[in-house]
Design a binder for this molecule. Structure first.
Ligand SMILES: Nc1ncnc2c1ncn2[C@@H]1O[C@H](COP(=O)(O)OP(=O)(O)OP(=O)(O)O)[C@@H](O)[C@H]1O
Ligand SMILES: [Mg+2]
Length: 467
């Protein structure tokens, strides 16, 4: 059992982990971009420094040529200037406008010579598949004032790139440390931030069975949708619990009397010696069992109708012009036995309402049941259906029986209400069930005296809601 719990806990999603992972990935992308940008900046900086050195070197070299003849070999100090850094692969050329290439250790494409007296000209060139950075400077030939010498030195980019890499290798670890530091701070921040939920956890932990709302002033806005959903659930649970409590209380109360009666008649039957008393006691037991069963059925039906879940049950189009005649037809034999003329009046075509067919059947059963029970022998009972011009539907159950005294009409529908002169056998829940089911369907129930003297119960179903 413990193992199962632990295994489940390992796979449980963690808000901290998720937040951190969500931050880590962008941070790594940021670090990569940062490294690329840093390398670019470092290379640019290294290029500028090297370009300045190259320009200086070409000026110094030119200075050396101002004083003497240029032949194939360079003076020793000039060679030193060019070759002092073997890594850079320095190349040079000295060209005369009149005599062509005078000296050099490599030939690479060069742009036209810069003007006399101009600053050194920097350019890129290529030699043996490698890129070179070069600087050229023109000077007047020392031995021939009509001639112009162009001195060029070039170097590979190797040194510049090495410098940039060195800067990068210094910067990246620093930036990584910075990002790791930021993530650690975020981890601490998330941990501290989540403590905001502690009061809510404490409040819930302190509860035993209370289902009061948990949303308080201290609930952060981000958690509000969650706590409101939980509060909604608590509210439904409270309604369900109070419904159950009421059911238990009602059942206990309503069943106590018939059960006491049953015991009495069982005792009577046991003590009786003559068969007539036993039969009478058994008849009473039969009646009381029937009543108890009816009470249970009606209580369950009312509780079902009151259940908040059935209020949000999916409603579908129900054709009342089909369902009502069927429900009436099923009760005709019973009506004939009771001496009541039970009939239906309604249009030929379908009459739809949005509803729950089973609940509507329960409603019809209770209304027909009442007319058969209370209208009395010789009465006429009619169930009528009338589609209204506004799209609504009017359902009426009317009989020519004794009805209910006008002063009591408004009490119909109350739980356990029965007219004082009502024949025994009912539980007083039928009309409460009718009202509850009508409410589920948005229908209005009216109790009135029928013109012929009986009871008229009208249900007004609203037109279907436009979606
Ligand atoms: N058609 C009717 N004619 C005369 N009185 C009626 C009629 N319908 C209902 N009543 C009166 O209203 C009371 C409440 O009816 P309701 O259907 O709620 O309970 P019930 O019939 O007594 O019991 P049950 O729960 O078994 O239906 C009845 O006891 C009866 O007095
Ligand atoms: Mg009834």
């Amino acid at each position: 059992m413990h193992d199962v719990v632990r295994a489940g806990a390992g796979r449980r999603p963690s808000l901290r982990r998720r937040l951190l992972l969500l931050l880590l990935l962008p941070m790594l992308i940021l670090l990569t971009i940062d490294a690329v940008v840093t390398y670019g900046v470092a290379l640019n900086y290294s290029n500028r420094v090297h370009d300045a050195d190259l320009a200086d070197d070409v000026r110094t070299l030119a200075q050396m040529f101002r004083s003497g003849e240029v032949s194939g070999d360079l003076p020793a100090e000039a060679r030193f200037l060019i070759e002092y850094d073997p890594d850079s692969h320095n190349y040079y050329t000295v060209r005369s406008r009149r005599r062509g290439l005078l000296s050099g250790n490599g030939t690479f494409p060069e742009p036209p010579a810069p003007a006399l007296g101009a600053a050194p000209e920097l350019f890129y060139s290529r030699l043996s598949g490698r890129t070179l950075r070069a600087a050229s400077l023109s000077l007047r030939a020392p031995n021939d004032p009509g001639d112009v010498l162009t001195v060029t030195i070039a170097e590979t980019l190797h040194d510049r790139q090495r410098r940039a890499r060195e800067i990068l290798l210094l910067a990246v670890p620093l930036q990584t440390i910075l990002i790791l530091g930021a993530l650690s701070l975020m981890w601490l921040g998330i941990n501290r931030g989540l403590r905001i939920l502690q009061p809510l956890t404490d409040r819930l932990a302190a509860r035993e069975q209370e289902l009061e709302p948990i949303t308080g002033e201290d609930v952060p806005v981000e958690i509000l949708p969650l706590t409101r959903t939980i509060d909604g659930l608590f509210e439904r649970l409270r309604a369900m619990l109070s419904l159950q409590e009421r059911f238990i209380a009602d059942a206990a109360h309503q069943l106590r009397t018939p059960l006491a009666g049953l015991r009495l008649h069982v005792d009577r039957a046991r003590a009786a010696t003559d068969p007539a008393t036993v039969r009478d006691a058994l008849d009473h037991i039969d009646q009381l069992t029937g009543r108890t069963a009816r009470t249970c059925t009606q209580l369950l039906a009312l509780t079902r109708a009151q259940n908040p879940r059935s209020e949000c049950a999916a409603h579908v189009p129900v054709d009342l012009a089909r369902q009502i005649p069927q429900a009436v037809g099923q009760r005709v034999p019973e009506a004939i036995r009771a001496g009541i003329d039970l009939g239906y009046q309604g249009p030929g075509g379908p009459v739809y309402v949005q509803g729950d067919a089973t609940a509507l059947q329960e409603l019809l059963d209770n209304l027909i049941d009442n007319t058969l029970r209370y209208a009395g022998r010789g009465a006429r009972a009619t169930v009528s259906l009338l589609p209204l011009p506004d799209g609504g539907v009017l359902l009426q159950v009317e009989d020519t029986g004794p009805g209910v005294p006008a002063g009591m009409l408004q009490r119909l529908g109350e739980r356990f209400f029965r007219a004082p002169d009502a024949p025994s056998g009912g539980t007083g829940l039928g009309l409460a069930i009718v009202q509850q089911i009508a409410r589920q369907h948005g229908a209005q129930v009216t109790f009135a005296s029928a013109p012929a003297g009986g009871l008229r119960i009208s249900l007004h179903f609203p037109p279907p809601a436009k979606s």
